[in-house]
Design a protein around this ligand. Structure first.
Ligand code: FES
Length: 78
């Protein structure tokens, strides 16, 4: 299976591969960011609330993160 990135509904970006060593996460300077937990699927925060960025720590639930695709759209007053 190829490296797969899953946009989780109202949550993180899940990254998985048959061989976790195929997944290399780099910071803005090109340095390797070690996985948070060896042998577990990588999960990246996209809500901004995680205390362990760039990884998801589940804070999106408390933050009430709603996927922008599903977020209500403000309608202009007429
Ligand atoms: S997506 Fe989970 S803490 Fe941000």
């Amino acid at each position: 299976m190829p490296i797969t990135i899953t946009v989780r509904k109202n949550g993180s970006l899940g990254i998985s591969a048959d061989d976790a060593a195929q997944i290399v996460l780099l910071d803005a300077d090109g340095a390797v960011i070690p996985p948070r937990a060896e042998g577990r699927p990588m999960s990246l925060c996209r809500c901004g609330a995680s205390k362990v960025k760039p990884f998801c720590d589940g804070s999106h639930k408390e933050a009430g993160f709603i996927d922008p695709v599903d977020a209500p759209v403000d309608t202009p007053a007429s």
